[in-house]
Design a protein around this ligand. Structure first.
Ligand SMILES: C[S@@+](CC[C@H](N)C(=O)[O-])C[C@H]1O[C@@H](n2cnc3c(N)ncnc32)[C@H](O)[C@@H]1O
Length: 268
């Protein structure tokens, strides 16, 4: 058992290290900014449109907002333009350089740091975003605790991440990322044990620029459970629509059918 625990820890450390290396590399490629976050075009815009739909429903301005894993700063720029005070953090110093270039005179603060250790006091942000980040994070529980720590009482946290396929997602069985994971023979017995123990699924996704990347998939109820433990009382899940890949911009549903991503609006 001790041996397995040690393997889990080593594996997690390696996972975090590999993810970081990949994002540092992507930042300096000559590609559109949303691709530096390893998004495809329709998923980037779909997620962004949906987030702003939820955000505008809050009907508040001059909020203090933290974007965790801000990437090139797309969300930070738009949130600032809507009249809010915004801070973006990311562990990639290269992507923070890109975000700083993109802020073009806006008074947005950026910091290089990890989601595991946010350099802010407790309960200081009205809104916290964590969009497309948890799939790259090995210690999910620790990350969610930290997101909760900096969110104010009555504050809101928005999370978007990858959804673990289930039996209801038959169309996904034929999708590219499942086939790629199988082809890569990535699942050894030891890794399966690690995955089982941590209640996560890992698969290899081929990033658009040739860096093969292992990512984590989650069940929404797993994240909801962590959020509840961390102090969020009302957690609403939205799935990225039927056959998310094709109708991403159009449909966010409250049922998981065929979705590849999900969104959670967590309220304290
Ligand atoms: C898929 S990108 C999303 C960027 C941005 N949120 C967006 O949607 O455009 C994930 C970002 O999270 C950052 N990230 C991943 N793991 C992180 C961690 N442990 N701590 C801080 N940033 C992290 C990566 O460097 C990357 O910029």
């Amino acid at each position: 058992m001790r041996q397995i625990n040690k393997s889990v820890e080593d594996f997690k450390e390696l996972f975090d290290k590999e993810q970081r290396k990949c994002f540092e590399k992507l930042a300096f490629l000559d590609i559109p900014d949303y691709r530096k976050s390893d998004w495809s075009e329709n998923i980037f815009f779909g997620t962004r449109n949906f987030f702003f739909k939820l955000f505008k429903e809050l009907k508040k301005k001059n909020l203090k907002i933290l974007d965790v894993g801000c990437g090139p700063g797309h969300y930070c720029n738009s949130l600032y333009d809507l009249g809010n005070r915004v801070i973006g953090i990311d562990y990639s110093k290269n992507i923070i350089m890109v975000a700083k270039k993109n802020r073009k005179g806006r008074n947005i603060k950026y910091k290089v740091c990890s989601i595991y250790s946010l350099p802010f006091q407790n309960e200081v942000f009205d809104v916290v975003l964590c969009i497309g980040v948890l799939q790259s994070v090995a210690h999910t529980k620790k990350a969610v605790k930290e997101l909760s720590r900096v969110t104010k009482k009555k504050g809101v946290l928005f999370i978007s991440t990858l959804k673990k396929p289930s039996i209801f997602d038959l169309p996904l069985v034929f999708s590219w990322h499942v086939i790629i994971s199988l082809m890569n023979k990535w699942f050894s017995l030891k890794k399966l044990m690690i995955i089982f123990k941590d209640n996560i699924t890992l698969a290899t996704t081929k990033s658009y620029f040739g860096y093969a990347r292992k990512v984590k998939y989650y069940r929404a109820f797993g994240i909801k459970r962590l959020l509840k433990k961390a102090g969020f009382k009302k957690n609403t899940v939205y799935y990225s629509g039927l056959l998310g890949r094709f109708f991403y911009n159009k449909l966010f549903l409250k049922i998981p059918l065929g979705a590849r991503h999900f969104f959670i609006k967590a309220e304290k």
